[in-house]
Design a protein around this ligand. Sequence first.
Ligand code: UDP
Length: 491
Amino acid sequence: METAMSKPHFVLVPWIGGISHILPMTDIGCLLASHGAPVTIITTPVNSPLVQSRVDRATPHGAGIAVITIPFPATEAGLSEGCERLDLIPSPAMVPGFFRACTEFGEAVARHCRRQDGPRRPSCIIAGMCHTWALGAARELCVPCYVFHGFGAFALLCIEHLFKQRRHEALPSADELVDIPVLPPFEFKVLGKQLPPHFVPSTSMGSGWMQEFREFDMAVDGIVVNSFEELEHGSAALLAASAGKKVLAVGPVSLSHEPILDPRAASDDARRCMAWLDTKEARSVVYVSFGSAGRMPAAQLMQLGMALVSCPWPTLWVINGADTLPGDVKDWLRENTDANGVTHAHRKCLIVRGWAPQVAILDHPAVGGFMTHCGWGSTLESVAAGMPMVTWPFFAEQFINERLIVDVLGIGVSVGVTKPTENVLTAGKLGGVEAKAEIGAGQVKKALARLMDEGEDMRRKAQELKKKARAALEEGGSSYMNLEKLIHSTV
Ligand code: UDP
């Protein structure tokens, strides 16, 4: 009989750019462990509790996973103590220091891997994007190296196409459309300024890094994707053919856990969300959240708020980075909400200024639609819950994901945003993003109405995808088989 010890030992090192990279890679570790493979997840002290708590939830499979913490040299790189994720960096000027610290951290991880022997010796390294040091470590140990970007296969296919065809370089301006004909007969065009940071001429990372990431991507043995083959119209196979390497879709990885909230581990905010949802009618609520990294400009936040407090649907609105909101937005929130975060107007909007239990919320029967920034983690969680979306991309590959959601899958309505939002990597590099709101409250309400009042067809398609998502991870399903391929190709 095959035992865990006869299966390859996977070492996973999630990219510490953001929580949205750490969560799915931890889930991939849980999935590999559920297939009987021993798994080690290596991370930094600040991120370790995040990983460990998720692993603990994955019992009994969590038992096969070791979480190792290696110090992150933040202060040595000129960062404040504890700056161990990009979203914890207070200023774009500190981004180059963060990447330098990541290199040092990587070297320490590589030394750790080299010292292991017997069953603890790595048989395969799965590295988060930007952990370029992993390739050298894997080559030295003579084991395969896979990369996990956190993007979907379609977005990666578009990125691969842009790198090869370089059409974006011929654009007269960033306001022109780039044609990305990767999935005929669908037509894809995005504006130059909506392209992922790979194609933004200069980012706060400093020169040279993008080239290094590209070389790493080209040299690795394969790509692990949080997706399932039935979702992205053959994108994974097309990417494999174009990149000349294995592309294994093993998701939706959020399904590695039960979505039910563990009341012992839940925060007050999380409990409040679920209790509030319990009082609402089936499919009546719009859940509004823009991920872990996006910050909407203040004027835009106010227009969105005005739409949410005056629309006919109850809304659960998560405001990220609430501590850093400008004074006028804080005043507006104070004037419009009670001590529990419920808005005075019709008492229909619950505002959460912190972290919401997204997967459990999307699975709650009261939720009927999701207004999302189209981060790939959120997109897949929405698909896995059979939830149609209103799409409001911010940056990175999110405008590409929006096209997939709206044009290919037919499970979303675009709110109509064209301008990317600045973030720590692009601050000041996008040609002056205006502080005024691009999307007025009326436009938000129109998009919500198209989803909540007229969205039956989208809801039906989303429900069909939910069934396919679950089937993919069941024994014999496409993601299940890809996990087996990953394990067996590594032995
Ligand atoms: N998330 C969450 N609660 C929040 C905000 C985000 O659980 O209040 C999780 C969400 O479920 C997803 C991840 O954070 O797994 C966000 O990932 P995504 O790729 O959508 O966006 P990013 O954070 O990279 O912009």
